[in-house]
Design a protein around this ligand. Structure first.
Ligand code: 13P
Length: 210
């Protein structure tokens, strides 16, 4: 896809996430890696009403080249790309159920979700928990960078999920699966639940390597 097609795709998928309640207000941001630099949604923009022409363009160091002022989470996106050379897109949301899980006490920071379903294992994998820092704080970006080499999906404590993918549609599919899994986890809390076994998880990882 060329840059203009990627701009259109960011706006189209942003609207799709917004229309289905996965994004609200001005929360969330989306980026895509270009041959040189990145596209990133502007700060304080609504993912449901993005103007493709105004999406920020950054150079390889994260400096704005054109478009509106970029998301305050630019460093968080750059941290993911820095540790994941095969990633082509990063999506960050404040989706309801994932945020609810991010506020729970006693989570396993290396593997937040129990292995509830095959798609959670295949598309989210081991979800890491990053400690709380204010949105846009470079300490948040640094905490994410430290986890990003081993995890393509990270949950920011008391904030929301961030996911990297090999394409924008892959990142969006994975963050939708993450939101769905968070909802299932909350629905199943305090219920006797049959989880996938270690052998079943190993089989999925063999069949569907990430
Ligand atoms: P921006 O409006 O700067 O993209 O920030 C939104 C957000 O989701 C902060 O975490």
């Amino acid at each position: 896809m060329n840059e203009n097609q990627l701009r259109e795709q960011i706006a189209e998928l942003g609207k799709s996430l917004y229309d289905r309640g996965l994004a609200h207000g001005s929360a969330g941001n989306i980026s895509v890696k270009l041959a040189e630099g990145y596209l990133l949604t502007p700060t304080n923009s609504c993912l449901g009403r993005l103007d493709p022409a105004k999406i920020s363009r950054l150079d390889g160091n994260g400096k704005r080249v054109s478009g509106d002022a970029p998301s305050k989470e630019a460093f968080l996106h750059l941290g993911m790309y820095g540790e994941r050379p095969t990633s082509a897109a990063v999506v960050h949301l404040h989706s309801l159920h994932a945020v609810a899980v991010s506020c729970l006490d006693g989570l396993n920071p290396d593997d937040v979700f129990p292995p509830i379903t095959a798609y959670a294992v295949m598309q989210v994998g081991r979800l890491a928990l990053a400690p709380y820092y204010a949105p846009g704080d470079t300490a948040l970006a640094e905490a994410v960078r430290k986890l990003a080499g081993k995890h393509h999906a990270i949950l920011l404590a008391n904030h929301g999920p961030v996911v990297a993918g090999a394409s924008l549609s892959a990142a969006v599919y994975a963050i939708e699966e993450l939101e769905q899994t968070a909802r299932l986890m909350l629905l199943l809390q305090n219920q006797s639940t049959r989880l996938l076994t270690a052998a079943q998880i190993a089989d999925l990882n063999r069949r569907f390597p990430t």
